[in-house]
Design a protein around this ligand. Structure first.
Ligand SMILES: [Zn+2]
Length: 211
């Protein structure tokens, strides 16, 4: 009976498979990398959706590997573009795809604050996908170090999810998704203002990670 109740009350949308439209015609020699990247997208899009508690992400994702001597990668809505020169110099950097897929799943109405958007993307890439330990993440140097975005913020978010509140990133993500971000969320959910949490994180690091 319990099972029946569960099924009738389930409100999850039916499983919709991910489709990747792969284009690397300008750089056919990067075929293997392109196919590995496509597979990462197929596997990680729904995982990222679950991690962030978002079900409304695009199911059709474009992956374009372009011939270019500049830039690394960027995402516009459901379209990911990666520059050939970067792959040629750093073929092992396939995890950048996971970072970009986070942006596809996020699809926030506004990018700001960028440190939150980029911090979440790097948290998922480096902490969840690459499985880097907390001490691997850099501390940054600024007083409001969390604003450094990318790996610095990612370490801060990893610490929050491990030591403060497991579900915090889902809540933060929901506010971002609604275009409602306000720094008060840190005080409300974690009991301390953002600046104080950052200080606590640095103290944690200095007491746990001896140089
Ligand atoms: Zn990014």
């Amino acid at each position: 009976m319990g099972m029946l109740v569960y099924i009738f009350h389930s409100c999850h949308t039916p499983y919709q498979p991910i489709k990747v439209n792969l284009n690397y015609k300008e750089v056919p020699h990067l075929q293997n990398w392109a196919h590995d990247a496509k597979e990462l997208i197929l596997i990680w899009t729904s995982r990222i959706g679950k991690t962030l508690d978002i079900d409304t992400y695009p199911r059709n994702i474009d992956l374009n590997i372009i011939k270019s001597e500049e830039g690394i990668a960027f995402t516009d809505s459901n379209s990911i573009t990666v520059s050939s020169h970067w792959i040629e110099k750093h073929p092992q950097d396939i995890g950048l795809i996971v970072h970009e897929v986070v942006h596809v799943v996020q699809l926030y109405p506004k990018f700001e604050p960028g440190w939150v958007t980029e911090g979440i993307a790097d948290y998922i890439r480096w902490y969840i996908y690459e499985k880097k330990p907390l001490h691997w993440f850099p501390e940054g140097e600024a007083e409001k170090g969390f604003e450094a975005a990318y790996r610095v913020t990612a370490g801060f978010f990893a610490w929050i999810s491990e030591y403060k509140q497991t579900g915090f990133l889902k809540i933060l993500n929901r506010e971002m998704k609604m275009g409602n971000y306000n720094e008060e969320i840190f005080l409300r959910e974690l009991g301390k203002p953002l600046d104080d949490l950052w200080k606590e994180y640095l103290i944690f690091r200095s007491s746990y990670f001896s140089k």
